[in-house]
Ligand binder design. Structure first.
Ligand SMILES: Cc1cc2nc3c(=O)[nH]c(=O)nc-3n(C[C@H](O)[C@H](O)[C@H](O)COP(=O)(O)O)c2cc1C
Length: 379
């Protein structure tokens, strides 16, 4: 077993093991990938202040996110097709998160269903909702999430229309994965992945089976999304979802201070500053650059969370320093899953926790809740 010291190690392992179409689906971004790159570059450009001569014994990373106690301010982001990186991947990732003590968010576009994941964990998990044109179906997803005991609903607002990921088109990404002449050569070099995914309980969208007639015979993912996702989604619908759900509600995909103010008015519990990991509006600002103005705009009236580009504990601390109460990680855990299954997700969390802990200390802090702009060097 190779020594895994950082998230990039897990990424390299996943790249070797997972079929190219699936690895690229995880790894890549939309169009020219400017926003994908900016998410990383702008995080890395934030210099931390090294402080000395301060007692940093007995540190604490624990906090809360929307009232949920977390071992560190990191939750697993909703990631579609997680279960094609490793058989039953959503169940494994949910279990790893539960054992570790951080929240897991199940995507609408998951392979394992809401009920599959509920059977794998003891404590409540979170569910992410995409609103479809068929509102009856969206309402039924909300009901299923309630029945499964989900404690928070994350409504994603930045994908009512899908940005194009060139790689997915070139790779002919289909769900379930189809063997074509183009993919066969690649898959032949990844027999471990193929055998493992074949053994999984599902190969297609677990939440959609039996509800949408052609969920078993999809063409390309993007065609299907274009047909089903509702481009009319508006703030009125947030009210509708809130009324149906009645538990903690989180809005994901806020990148603009004006939108953040509207979100506050809608009375939600948290917002996630996010550009969908550079997978939607290419040319949009990086999430870390948008974060401070959004934190200022909401003026503590709602919890502000952050995602986009986090690959280390240092990145988590940078986001906290700029005012995020919590963070989500997408690719960082997906690489772990693709590399080593459940153990890889745990490893990803351990790596980030260790880095966060050491970085906190070297910045002269003992409690993660004390992170503020004071730990960043002025530009
Ligand atoms: C492979 C992949 C699939 C994703 N699927 C979803 C999804 O189904 N729903 C959603 O709200 N966000 C989805 N996202 C966005 C993530 O929730 C999150 O915003 C993003 O991954 C954060 O950036 P990071 O990957 O750099 O951590 C997806 C991201 C990736 C990488």
């Amino acid at each position: 077993m190779p020594v895994v010291t950082c998230i990039d190690d897990l990424r390299s392992m996943a790249r070797k093991r997972v079929a190219r179409a699936i690895f690229d689906y995880v790894d890549r971004g939309s169009y020219a990938e400017q926003t994908l790159r900016a998410n990383r570059a702008d995080l890395e450009a934030l210099a931390l202040r090294q402080r000395v001569g301060i007692d940093v014994d007995r540190r604490s990373l624990a906090t809360t996110m929307a009232g949920h106690e977390v071992r560190m301010p990191v939750a697993l982001a909703p990631v579609g097709l997680t279960g094609l990186n490793w058989a039953d991947g959503e169940m494994l990732a949910a279990r790893a998160a539960e054992r570790f003590g951080v929240p897991f968010t199940l995507s609408t576009m998951s392979i394992c269903s809401i009920e599959d994941v509920a059977s794998a964990v003891q404590k409540p998990f979170w569910f992410q909702l995409y609103v479809m044109r068929d509102r009856g179906f969206a309402a039924s997803l909300i009901e299923r999430a309630k029945a499964a005991g989900c404690s928070a609903l994350m409504l994603t607002l930045d994908l009512q229309i899908q940005g194009q990921r060139h790689r997915d088109l070139k790779n002919g990404l289909t769900v379930p994965p189809k063997l074509t002449l183009g993919t066969a050569l690649d898959v032949m070099t990844k027999p471990g992945w193929a055998l493992n995914v074949m053994r999984g309980r599902r190969k297609s969208f677990g939440n959609l089976e039996g509800r949408i007639p052609d969920a078993k015979s999809l063409t390309t993912l993007s065609q299907w999304i274009a047909g089903q996702f509702d481009p009319t989604l508006s703030w009125k619908d947030v009210e509708w979802v809130k009324g149906l759900w009645g538990r903690k509600l989180i809005l994901k995909g806020i990148l603009d201070a004006e939108d953040a103010k509207i979100a506050v008015q809608s009375g939600v519990d948290a917002i996630v500053v996010s550009n969908h990991g550079g997978r939607q509006l290419d040319g949009a600002v990086s999430s870390i650059r948008a974060l401070p103005e959004i934190v200022d705009a909401v003026n503590n009236e709602v919890e502000v969370w952050f995602d986009g580009g986090i690959r280390s504990g240092q990145d988590v601390l940078r986001a906290l320093a700029l005012g995020a109460r919590g963070t989500l990680i997408g690719r960082a855990f997906a690489y772990g899953l693709g590399a080593m299954g459940e153990a890889g997700v745990t490893r990803a969390l351990e790596v980030i926790e260790k880095e966060l802990d050491v970085t906190l200390a070297l910045c002269g802090l003992r409690d993660v809740r004390d992170a503020s702009r004071a730990i960043l060097r002025a530009a």
